[in-house]
Design a protein around this ligand. Structure first.
Ligand SMILES: NC(=O)c1ccc[n+]([C@@H]2O[C@H](COP(=O)([O-])OP(=O)(O)OC[C@H]3O[C@@H](n4cnc5c(N)ncnc54)[C@H](O)[C@@H]3O)[C@@H](O)[C@H]2O)c1
Length: 266
């Protein structure tokens, strides 16, 4: 089977993992084009690929390389700026900056464009897990949805002395307000909201014993109780991005390019 054609918008930490997976043969894709506000970042990634991609100066140039899939690994602004045109060109779109999809008008524009061209919008599980089970609980009617984020105090602008050795709840409330007050990954809350059909209540804890960024998701519905806990290691290229988030896109792309006889949990 010929490798599938993929283009990438945003040549940072996540793109770097995708490019390495293509270069090592783990992903059977040809990267046809790269686009970044900083073209030198594209050049650095292009050097790692077996077949040189087009370093595009615009979305039109990127789309002229005829990708079947475009991965947005850039910023929420990039989803608004390019998403609809990607889908209208008939390419599917993988969205990493999921927080952009909290904008309902943008989401419905993208969904309409995808519906009209038959292309798809994919949201990888990213820095969290178990979105399939959240979707299943949604069918029963979710009564409680909480995202509890636990971080080392330094990651929340506190010193260890300020906590007196104990864990402290800093915030409980809507995700957007939590993200405005603290350096949080709103993408996790947004992916949960899309899977659950409602926004989670976010709790932010500073814990002097935490060495990783921890997300706990709690779901309650008539089908039972679900508790998901992920402890994330930062990616070496960007400490704000979990390595798991980058790997989850690689895994999604791998699944999209293959017909595994056995499909687990998708
Ligand atoms: N879904 C998740 O769970 C999850 C987890 C981690 C990161 N993310 C998101 O994924 C995105 C990429 O993460 P990363 O760690 O690779 O970021 P990064 O900062 O390492 O790289 C992003 C790159 O995109 C480029 N860029 C930004 N806006 C652009 C635009 N409008 N047009 C073209 N290029 C643009 C930047 O110049 C940069 O090179 C971010 O928005 C991040 O918040 C999502």
């Amino acid at each position: 089977m010929a490798p599938r054609r993929m283009a990438i918008i945003g040549c940072g930490a996540i793109a770097s993992r995708i490019v390495d997976a293509v270069a090592s043969g783990l992903l059977s894709y040809r990267v046809t084009g790269l686009l970044d506000l900083k073209p030198e970042r594209c050049r650095r990634l292009a050097e790692r690929l077996p077949e040189p991609p087009r370093i595009a100066g615009s979305l039109e140039e990127l789309l002229s390389t005829r990708p079947e899939i475009v991965v947005e690994a850039a910023s929420p602004e990039a989803v608004g700026e390019y998403g609809e045109r990607v889908l209208r060109a008939g390419a599917s779109l993988v969205v990493l900056s999921v927080s952009a999809l909290l904008d309902e008008q943008l989401l419905s524009r993208l969904a309409r464009a995808a519906g009209e061209t038959g292309s798809r919008i994919y949201v990888p599980t990213g820095a969290v897990a178990g979105l399939d089970a959240v979707r299943a609980h949604r069918l029963a009617g979710i009564e409680r949805l909480v995202l509890r984020t636990v971080k080392p105090p330094e990651a929340l602008g506190l010193s260890r002395e300020q906590l007196n050795g104990g864990r402290r709840l800093l915030y409980r409330g809507p995700a957007r307000e939590a993200a405005r007050r603290y350096p949080l990954n709103l993408n996790v809350a947004a992916a949960l909201a899309l899977a659950a059909g409602r926004e989670p209540t976010v709790e932010v804890y500073a814990d002097p014993n935490a060495t990783r960024n921890i997300h706990v998701v709690l779901v309650e519905s008539p089908a039972g109780r679900l508790e998901i806990r992920v402890e994330n290691v930062p990616s070496p290229e960007n400490p704000r991005t979990s390595l798991l988030a980058a790997l989850s896109v690689v895994e999604l792309l791998r699944r999209l390019s293959q017909r595994d006889p056995l499909e687990v949990g998708s």
